[in-house]
Design a binder for this molecule. Structure first.
Ligand code: ACO
Length: 366
């Protein structure tokens, strides 16, 4: 058999291997800037710390999609999207009731007709998620209230109660904070599908599919599981040491891009401080203990607290159930996915990287 000399380049010889696409720039964007070395996130010109002070989620949607705030009528367009979606909840739930909430949200969004207004998709997501969450405990869906913001209506449609102003403010801060984040895995997935000329619905659903695993967007639930397993501050040290010794990762720590700090974690930590949440003391101890343990465990690889650690505390603190977390993240990130889909379409360019063949050498007849 003939041996093959593997090249270091791609099969065409035009590219070099970059595992995980580390350091590869695959798109230009006006939507957000992620500076991992400095620990800075800018949302279309606004540092995230400033954006959460100035803007509601609806404003940030306008900022991402149109480039300026306010876009008059956007809140109304999102409300109209919520109302239109409620009419489809019955048939959507019939087909997806047995699926976990993120999968049910995917299925219901995938069944939407291609909309003229992208607000129809972003408006539909909270309605579908809330309906599926309530169906999981045998409760009927609650119709949307067109006068409420996305954050307020989502909380009301899930819990069935009028949410407190503090809870609405905190959830709104969360949605703004996660609305966009450079070319993360789900946004890249959405852009890849958009680059084939696919419609808004399949491209947005591709973004949702990328949230299925625990490494991107799926960690907040496991963060709460970790806090539950630790139970009390005094148990943190031993529990964390055992996890690391067993070779397991601590959920809510580490980030591909941020090496010093994840600015979103700081913003959300402050927002959690405005809520009356009983887990906060335990969370603070676990965070400090984990950071110290990770610094010893991987001295050459900074593993700061990431957005998902404080997301878990915030979403729990506003009264959302654990199985809602990935779906709520998707609602915030849909704003960014849709903005990126528009940008990708405008380039008119198919995303098509190369691979490097490492299979058996080509066979030849003797
Ligand atoms: N706990 C323990 N060790 C860790 C952690 C962690 N949270 N994160 C990374 N490491 C270790 C890895 O085991 C690896 O060690 P090795 O070199 O001995 O194999 C080393 O640090 C480097 O890890 P990579 O996987 O190469 O780092 P990468 O940049 O690919 O991963 C990621 C980033 C996926 C976020 C990772 O830090 C992780 O798995 N964290 C836990 C899950 C999590 O919190 N996900 C949410 C991310 S934020 C978001 O998606 C919105």
């Amino acid at each position: 058999m003939m041996t093959i000399a593997y090249p270091t380049e791609s099969d065409s010889g035009r590219g070099v291997l970059s595992s995980g696409l580390d350091g590869v720039i695959a798109a230009e964007t006006r939507l957000s800037r992620v500076d991992g070395a400095a620990g800075v996130l800018v949302l279309r010109g606004w540092p995230v710390e400033e954006a959460v002070q100035r803007f509601r989620f609806e404003d940030v949607v306008a900022l991402l999609w149109e480039g300026f705030v306010p876009v008059h009528g956007l809140a109304e367009r999102l409300s109209a999207g919520r109302q239109a979606a409620f009419a489809a909840v019955g048939s959507g739930l019939a087909a997806s009731r047995a699926l976990p909430p993120p999968a049910a949200l995917r299925a219901m969004l995938a069944a939407l007709p291609e909309p003229e207004d992208p607000a129809a998709i972003l408006g539909a997501a909270p309605v579908f998620l809330a309906a599926r969450l309530r169906a999981g405990t045998g409760r009927a869906p609650i119709p949307p209230d067109p006068d409420l913001s996305t954050a307020a209506d989502l909380l009301r449609m899930v819990t069935g109660r009028v949410p407190s102003a503090a809870a609405v403010r905190a959830l709104d801060t969360y949605l703004v904070t996660v609305s966009d984040h450079g070319l993360n895995a789900s946004t890249f997935a959405a852009r890849v599908v958009a680059s084939t000329g696919a419609g808004l619905v399949p491209a947005a659903v591709a973004g949702l599919c990328a949230l299925e695993g625990p490494l991107h967007g799926g960690a907040p639930g496991p963060v709460l599981d970790m806090l539950d397993a630790i139970g009390e501050p005094a148990a943190a040290e031993a529990w964390i040491a055992a996890e690391l010794a067993a070779g397991r990762r601590l959920m809510g720590f580490g980030h591909r891009i941020y090496r010093r700090r994840d600015p979103r974690a700081d913003v959300l930590r402050a927002a959690v401080g405005t809520l009356d949440t009983p887990r906060i003391r335990l969370a603070e101890t676990v965070e400090a203990t984990a950071l110290a343990a990770l610094a010893r465990h991987k001295p050459d690889r900074p593993l700061p607290t990431n957005v998902e650690f404080w997301t878990a505390l915030l979403l729990d603190g506003v009264g959302l159930p654990r199985d809602a977390f990935t779906g709520v993240f998707a609602i915030g990130r849909l704003a960014g996915w849709i903005g990126h889909i528009f940008e990708q379409r405008a380039t008119g360019r198919l995303i098509r990287p190369e691979s490097r063949y490492i299979g058996p050498a080509p066979q030849r007849a003797a």
